[in-house]
Design a protein around this ligand. Structure first.
Ligand code: FE2
Length: 414
């Protein structure tokens, strides 16, 4: 019999010794609690998991590399008609003999239960949502849901205290953004913030970009104009999924930043006008950007859904929406729906307005949070509004949170 090794994602807990309560069954014997599954996987200790699932996730040293935990066998290496020939359950240890080749596996019962079907009348243990990027893993908000303002933290504490850092970064995953105060007002400091949560995504705008009024702007962001709520760079595929903006100087007048939860606006559209929601989730449109050195285009719906139909990514940016290629009827429906969504996204109920102070750095989920600004005036010198921005990605940020959680769990066990 193989020994316990880590399961998928290295998450399998060690089996604990329990008083022997052994049950042993030959598959297909029709014992009272069996369901008579054709692949023999009818033992209650298997939590309803079919034979092929069990074999594909066998943690033994032949099937998985003991060092990395990565799978050594491919699906085509496995017998096409795997069966469970024998099950021996003893406390937390579940031993399985597979047919037709007699391969053996040892699982922890609790680990199987995490993935299995619950027995009748049993509530499954929550194992979190299956996709942390989709709406049901988020805490959607309107302005009234944030009476204390935007989620926020302090950069010096963020650096010194892993619990504070974890809380700040977790806010980006659940609420879509966090404002870090007291980031040094030095050019390039935004890159240090990005590196603290993952990897800087360099683009045609550089590793970082300056958001300030330019004499010959290639992007309206680099003017004093107001900017409507939007996500950045919808003309890229993939879109940079984290946006950072660090305030070095505030404007003399105006220049407030606005933030809204695009997932909530989309969910509100779905509730108020299902046809408009369906239009924006099923109509691919093209976003485009070009300048002297760059031509970028990407085509996707304004509201992206995952395969289960959940809201997963917003692309909303009136500056870079290319002329839509639709029939007249489709175009009429699209513009009606697009307007309805944009109105919800810009409504006072949805919008938190915040004047960033020098040293404030916003970290935002650019697949979800819609940001904008009011127009502004500069008075010259230190009165000139100046933000520095850069991009990173949510997978790195989620990894940083998971690693911090692993460290906290390790300390808790000490
Ligand atoms: Fe932007």
């Amino acid at each position: 019999m193989t020994t316990l090794a880590r399961g998928p994602a290295g998450a399998q807990p060690p089996a604990k010794a329990h008083p022997p309560a052994k049950t042993r069954r030959k598959a297909g014997t029709g014992e009272p609690d069996g369901t008579g599954e054709p692949d023999g996987a009818d033992h209650p200790a298997l939590s309803g998991l079919p034979a092929m699932w069990l074999r594909a996730n066998c943690p033994c040293g032949t099937c998985r590399d003991p060092g990395s935990g990565q799978r050594l066998v491919t699906i085509t290496d496995l017998p096409a008609r795997v069966t469970v020939a024998e099950v021996r359950a003893s406390g937390e240890v579940v031993e399985v003999v597979f047919g037709p080749d007699g391969h053996r596996a040892t699982f922890a019962a609790g680990w199987l239960a995490r993935y299995g079907q619950p027995a009748a009348g049993v509530t499954p243990a929550p194992d979190g949502p299956d996709d942390d990027r989709a709406e049901d893993a988020k805490r959607l908000w309107a302005a009234a849901d944030l009476p204390g303002g935007l989620p926020h933290g302090w950069w010096p504490r963020y650096l010194a205290d892993p619990v504070h850092r974890s809380g700040c970064l977790s806010a980006v995953l659940t609420q879509g953004l966090v404002v870090l105060h007291e980031v040094p007002c030095e050019p390039g400091a935004v890159l240090a913030v990005a590196r603290s949560l993952g990897y800087v995504r360099e683009t045609n705008y550089g590793r970082l970009f300056d958001v300030r009024a330019e004499p010959a702007p290639a992007n309206l962001a680099f003017t004093r104009r107001p900017i409507a709520p939007h996500t950045d760079n919808p003309y890229r595929d993939p879109v940079p999924s984290v946006q950072l903006l660090h305030c070095l100087h505030s404007a003399a007048g105006g220049g407030e930043s606005t933030f809204a939860d695009g997932f909530r606006a989309a969910a509100e559209l779905r509730r108020q006008d299902p046809a408009a929601f369906a239009c924006l989730t099923t109509t691919p449109v093209t976003f485009a950007y070009s300048d002297a050195a760059t031509v970028l285009r990407a085509t996707a719906p304004v509201i992206g859904l995952d395969p289960r139909g959940r809201i997963r990514q917003i692309r909303l940016n009136g500056r870079s929406l290319a002329p839509v290629r639709l029939t007249a009827a489709q175009a009429r429906a699209f513009y009606t729906a697009y307007r309805a969504f944009a109105e919800l996204a810009a409504s006072p109920e949805a919008t938190v307005t915040a004047r960033l102070s020098p040293g404030d750095c916003v970290i935002a989920d650019n697949t979800r949070i819609l940001h904008g600004r009011t127009g502004f005036t500069d008075s010259g010198g230190s009165g000139r509004r100046h933000l520095q921005g850069c991009y990173a990605d949510l997978d790195g940020l989620a990894s940083a949170v998971a690693v911090l959680a692993r460290g906290q769990a390790g300390r808790a066990e000490q």
